[in-house]
Every structure is written in structure tokens, then in C-alpha cells.
Design a protein around this ligand. Sequence first.
Ligand code: NDP
Ligand code: MG
Length: 382
Amino acid sequence: MKKIALLGSTGSIGKQVLNIVDRYPQDFKVVSICCNKNAKLLSEQINKYKPMVAGLTTSEYAPQIISLPSQTTLYTGEKAMLHCVLQEADIIVIAVVGFCGLEPLIQACKMGKTIALANKESLISGGEIVMTLAKEHGATIIPVDSEHSAIWQCLHFDKTAPFKKIILTASGGALRSTPIEELEKVTPKIALAHPNWNMGDKITIDCATMMNKGLEVIEAMWLFNCPLDKIHVVIHPQSIIHSMVEYQDNSVIAQLGTPTMELPIQLALTYPERKPTASTPLDFYNLSLDFKKVDLKRYPCFELALKSAKTGHNIPCALSSANEEAVNLFLQGKIKYTRIADYVSYAINNVEILPVTYENLVKTNFLARELVLSAYKEKKFD
Ligand code: NDP
Ligand code: MG
């Protein structure tokens, strides 16, 4: 039986992890769970899974947690998540959203754990530190992101296997067919209607802007120890091919499946085994697979991400944190969809380039957000 520590249990990925635990109760035991604010759902999860430890980052919601089982210790406040990175766990699932995933990821690496990593922002920001620590302490990072899971599968689960290039597929997001001149008027509701995947709000907006694909390029650089020029991105609207690897002989291995996160999440948990899922098998007689180039005019955020990857150091961190803040402003209806790229660009151009240390990343995360918020207050891009 694998013991699971689950950070972000109330989110889109977190809930799917728990569905898999429900499907295979003989294989998994949840030993810790945590979330940020959704204390009501956390309370239900605590009473169902009876973990050793539960965490709630925003302590003011703690009164909503009722009838704590005798075996569960509840931690609240800023460091609650770190208490959930348990020594007892066989696998740490990091499914929180944003920069906040970096500290628990570093801790899990230092503990030499097997980590199922959904939280890409931590790797974008701190990839250099994380990969060094993982190597030093013998930690294993299993990708949960569908594209990176696909690449891992195409590499026969060997992240060090030689290859010529990685081909990441991208759906193009909810606004891929919206005329460019109409993007200005797009509301959060429209941008949140992803054609193929059902995910949390932040990543759904990132898919629309293709910031997500830019972040995934950087994620792939770290996970597969791969330079930027060996990673290619192709728009594949059907999201049936989840990504591909081209080898030296030009042979391409692809991983296909219906677009559901259930596949990569379950594989991360059951690896090296594959087990039945509730997903629908592919019906090849009713499939068409299309591919096209990324239009940089439509997706300026994608280009910004690549630019930050070229600059390196703390700039991908600045990009990711500024993007979190700008997406937040858009979701609150405070800025236009098309301004997300302007705010992110402003932040990455104005953050001081610093060497990558944890302290500098914390500083960069703070400064990038401040730059976006102060630019918003000054109405810089209206
Ligand atoms: P959601 O917004 O649905 O869920 C985020 C989870 O993180 C919630 O449980 C939330 O708690 C928790 N959380 C946020 N901040 C904190 C904090 N400071 N302390 C503790 N918990 C916190 O996100 P998703 O599940 O969509 O995404 C999670 C990660 O996985 C992201 O990095 C995303 O990019 C990545 N990913 C997601 C995919 C998907 O299909 N959803 C696909 C591929 C990657 P609360 O509910 O209380 O706010
Ligand atoms: Mg993905």
C-alpha cells in the first residue's frame, strides 16, 4: 500500500487524486492533505480519509473544520503545507497552484522522496535548485502534467535517455478561433471555457494565452535536462497526442489518449504499474489529428515565456509570479485579457536579474507581483 501526502487536495488535480484513491482503496492510504481556504471541503476530506496530518494555509477559515478525527493533527497558517510533507509518505503529490509549491517541493527533495509533481510554477521558478537537490538527495520527480507524462512515457520512463527533440503539443486554448481583434473584449467566463480539458481557473487562462505552453517548455527543460532549442511546440487542437519525442533516426514516438488528466495522474501514482481507468478508449475511426504552427501574434505570452527561458536566472520566476498576479486581475474583471501579456512583460523587464538562490526567488516572487500591482494601480496599460 502506497502512502500519499497530497498538497492541494481541494483543487482540480487534488480531487482527481482522491478519486483514484477511492477506486483503488487497497493500494493507497492518504496520510496528509492540505489546502488554502476551502475548509469546508477539507473538513469532509479529513473525515473521509482520516489522514495523520491536515493543513489549512489561511487560518481564518479553520472554524469551518468540524469533528477532527482522533488520529488527525491539524496545522493552520502559512507553514501548514510543510507539515504535510511527511516522512511517512511514500509519494508526495504537489498539486497546489503557484509559487507556493516551491517550498514544499524543496523540502520533499531534501527528504529524498518520490514526488508526483503537478505544480509547474515551482519548477519554472526554482528548477535549478530543485533538480540539484533532487539529485543530491536521491529524490525522484514524476511528472503529472500530461505533456511531460507523455514525454516520460515516450522515453520509456527513463528521463536520462538520449533523444533529438521533444515535441510538445498544445490545444491552443479556449480562444484559438476568436479573431485577434476581438480578444480585447473576452470575459473571464469565455476564456474559462476550455474546449478539451477541465482544469482549475488559473491554468485554464494560461492555456488560452498559451503562457501555459511557455511554462511547459521551461518545465520540460528542467525535467528532461534539455536545452531550449531541442523543445518544439505544435498546435494540435484535438489534444489526442499528448506530446512526442523524436529520436536520432527521425523516428517519432508519441503518447495518445483521450484528453483527461486521469491518465497522467493515475500513472504517477501507480507507476511502474498501469491499471484500468474510467477514461474512454480512443476510437480511431472517428479521429482526425491536425497540426499547425503557433501564431506569436495571437499568443504573446508564449513568446514572453521563451524570452524568460533564454534570459534564465530568476527571470522565469518573475514571469511566472507576474503572470499569477495578472491572471488574478483578469479573473477579477479588473484588466482586459489582452493586457495580461503587457503586465507580465513589464514585470520581467523591470525585475533585477539575480542569481538563483531560494532567498532571491522569494524576493523575485514578491517584486514581480508588486510590479504588476503597482502598474495596475497607476493604470499603466488601460
Ligand atoms: P486548482 O486551482 O483547481 O487547485 C489548487 C489547489 O491548491 C487547491 O486545493 C488550493 O486550495 C490549493 N492551494 C493554493 N494555494 C495554496 C496555499 N498557499 N497553501 C495550500 N494550498 C494551496 O488548481 P489545479 O488543480 O488546476 O492545478 C494545480 C497545479 O497543477 C497547477 O500548478 C497547475 O498548473 C497544474 N496542472 C493542473 C492541471 C489540471 O488539469 N488542473 C493539468 C496540468 C497541470 P483551496 O481550494 O483552498 O484554494
Ligand atoms: Mg499540460
